[in-house]
Design a protein around this ligand. Sequence first.
Ligand code: PDD
Length: 281
Amino acid sequence: RIAYVNGRYLPQREASVNVEDRGYQFGDGIYEVVHLYDGRFIDEDRHLDRLERSLREIRLPMPMPRQALSHVLNEVARRNRVREGLLYMQVTRGVARRDHPFPAQPVPPALVVTVKRIAPYPATIDNWSGAAITLPDLRWARRDIKTTNLLPNVLARQAAREQGAIEAILYEEDSGLVTEGAATNFWIVDENGAIRTRPLSHDILPGCTRGALMAELKQAGIPFEERPFTRDELKRAREAFITSATSFVKPIVTIDGAPVGDGKPGPVARRLFELFARHVK
Ligand code: PDD
């Protein structure tokens, strides 16, 4: 496997970062995960827009102009001969003697790009669903920034795995309102049949899959609502599903051990899965 690290393409096992990289020491960086289908990046513009925005929010410059970055992404995929995969890129505030504030003498941001092969896009939704648990959202107040600081997400996903679940659905402890999954956006079909997901704010990541799916829904004339819902409403939902670059549209069929609806992927999730498959393909 070949990785791109700060201007060079290297065998991944030889690629390394400096022990004083601020991403390593502070989680002081931004990342993106982009899906590669049949050699094409899905929603590349959305991912690069979000990268630019996240970097701006933490006051880091783009490591190179956007077109050059796009070229590097393609080159990493090409050199690895990956046509179905996940591309990972991260930009950190570079290498400096450990000190919390930004380096006084500016250092170049560090850019790493890797790619891994994954199973091809699922042909049907039938083996494309899973269980979820609910957990209090313990993250910081700027979840709209895609930072490499992922400890609460890691702990939530680990708790999910230990309970045989694929995702942890996070909720605000005081209000009971659901935010999103540990690494996905979260949607329900509520008891009245309305497709709902939480509106964008500082409280959730503006998912590229979420945005792309909404654009497809609008085009198909399928109504949906960006309206918050509580953990109690979630427990009464007819259907539930997650969206992300890795899950596309993936039904959640049990929550905290109780079935959602009849415990199988529902008709709405099925329809949206098909709609998104057309978007990808
Ligand atoms: N996660 N919310 C969170 C907290 C996420 O980490 C992600 C993506 C999403 C979905 O965003 P998108 O549709 O742009 O993938 C929502 C990536 C896949 C990850 O951390 O691996």
